[in-house]
Design a binder for this molecule. Structure first.
Ligand SMILES: Nc1nc(=O)c2c([nH]1)NC[C@@H]1CN(c3ccc(C(=O)N[C@@H](CCC(=O)O)C(=O)O)cc3)C=[N+]21
Length: 299
């Protein structure tokens, strides 16, 4: 591929490293000025391969930013009452400012019930009803990490998003819906498309911004992308290719890179930003819990 085509690849890894640098500086300042160290508790129930990928990088990066990392690994057959008791302890622990319960949970656990047991002030995923409602009504919320990272990259690339046509492909509570709320809050014209959308290709061709979060490998084709559009690929799909295991996104990257004005790769795009935003949210939660002004951690 020639140098011109490489120029439009958004380097999420480098972007995330810059963001983590700013977070680290704010953490050091909190320590020096207020004797506070943000703490993030991650609760893992059972073994999920996608969650394992995520947790591996997260603990290291939390500590690298100068924060405390508390990991709670529970067996797959953990009873709801025991998980809820742990969450109650973390809610009450003054050293813990962020609580993340890895999803998906084993089938016997009701994830809505478990998530809503988290103190909304410590809900660094932004998944509790209170934070979802705050985001939807434009009130100060904890914002889900993946959509927040996507918005940061979009703002960096495009500046003002007012009046742009944004298509979010996927309607999950974790990515699609909060992404649409953030884009609406930024004055974009937002379409939420999904598996039942008619003529998805035509819907995408109208978009200045495509956020792909459907969880289907390379479903969004290159010729669905309007020339010059910005493409954010949230998908992380493990596939077998030529006998090797590889990660691919929800967008056919090779096909789309020649059409898009800018595109995130997989890996090295949205994934690293998700973790950086988790750290940013933990820092923000620590400041808010302690009555301090929000930190300056946007890049
Ligand atoms: N309560 C909850 N919150 C989450 O945010 C959450 C979750 N549960 N459960 C699991 C998923 C998955 N997830 C990832 C985040 C970053 C990478 C990431 O950094 N990926 C690297 C690739 C890593 C590799 O090379 O395997 C990249 O895209 O460059 C991956 C996956 C967060 N999740």
């Amino acid at each position: 591929m020639d140098a011109d085509k490489q120029a439009n690849i958004i380097d999420g890894k480098a972007f995330a490293a810059r963001l983590r640098g700013r977070i680290g500086a704010e953490v050091a300042r909190l320590k020096a000025e207020h004797d506070l160290t943000p703490g993030l508790a991650v609760v893992l129930v059972g073994e999920d391969p996608a969650s394992a990928v995520y947790v591996r990088n997260k603990g290291i990066q939390t500590r690298e930013a100068g924060m405390n990392s508390f990991e709670h690994k529970l067996p797959a057959d953990t009873k709801a009452e025991d998980l809820l008791a742990l969450i109650a302890r973390l809610n009450a622990d003054p050293a813990v400012h962020g609580i993340l319960v890895q999803l998906p949970l084993p089938d016997h656990l009701d994830s809505d019930l478990v998530i809503n047991a988290i103190d909304p002030a410590k809900d660094v995923d932004g998944f509790t009803i209170l934070n979802v409602g705050r985001l939807g009504t434009g009130q100060s919320a904890m914002v889900p990490c993946t959509p927040l990272g996507c918005l940061m990259m979009l703002n960096d690339r495009l500046g003002d998003l007012s009046g742009l046509n944004a298509v979010v492909v996927g309607r999950s509570n974790i990515v699609g819906k909060p992404m649409a709320q953030l884009l609406l809050g930024a004055n974009a014209t937002v379409t939420i498309a999904h598996s039942r959308t008619r003529d998805l290709a035509a819907v995408c061709r109208n978009a200045d911004i495509v956020v792909a979060a459907v969880g289907r490998p390379e479903m969004i084709k290159g010729d669905w992308i309007k020339p010059g559009a910005t493409v954010i690929d949230v998908g992380i799909n493990r596939v077998e290719r030529d006998g090797k295991s590889r990660l691919v996104g929800d967008v056919d990257f090779a096909g789309a890179v020649g059409h898009a004005g800018a595109i995130t790769p997989v890996p090295g795009g949205v994934g690293p930003m998700t973790i950086a935003c988790l750290l940013a949210n933990t820092l923000t939660a620590c400041c808010r819990i302690n009555g301090l002004a929000d930190p300056a951690t946007s890049v």
